[in-house]
Design a protein around this ligand. Sequence first.
Ligand code: TZP
Ligand code: MG
Length: 217
Amino acid sequence: MRLDLPKIYPITDTQLSGLSHAEQVARLIEGGASLIQLRDKISSPREFYRQAAAALQVAHHHGARLIINDRVDIALALKADGVHLGQTDVPLEPARHLLGKEAIIGFSTHNAEQARLAIALPVDYLAFGPIFPTRSKDNPDPITGLTALEEAVTIKASLPLVAIGGIKLENVLEVLKAGADAVAVISELFVDPTKIAENMSKILRLALSSPNTVGIA
Ligand code: TZP
Ligand code: MG
């Protein structure tokens, strides 16, 4: 079944926010998030597992879903809602085999060719970007801009597409106008850790005001 993505898909960042994953998840949910990705490029697998377990309790208590970045093993062990994989992570077929057909599996793509290949894989949504410059990822792929996003939108067919990279209040509407089904956001939410719920709610309300919005919150 087609995944109905919320318009705003927040991704945690413990370095930027200075908060645990569970604390970030609680604040994001307070601001209206219903699907959240836990991303941690720094903690040991054991520490990430421990924090993800706590975050999952918070999310499920509030009826929100959690996707684990990179770590199929952690997603599987915790019965998280899914996993987000990149071009050099575990391939999609074995990930799907391990997690089963109910799991949400997202896949990062950075150009039209990768998007074309991705639609044949067992994925539930594509991420595409970085659309704009970003400081939240080490060694990011080249910036795609909105024109490449528009091309990816024509390629993805019925698969939901999440745009990512440098998306903020000031450009979220043009990204949705270019045809993205949703946008993933990091820094715009966490620059001021005291305002996570407020910033989440602001960008969500703006995204939902987009004439391109037909889906759920
Ligand atoms: N993948 C492509 S860009 C990016 C990731 C994980 C980081 C997006 O973060 P920000 O702060 O919203 O630009
Ligand atoms: Mg990855």
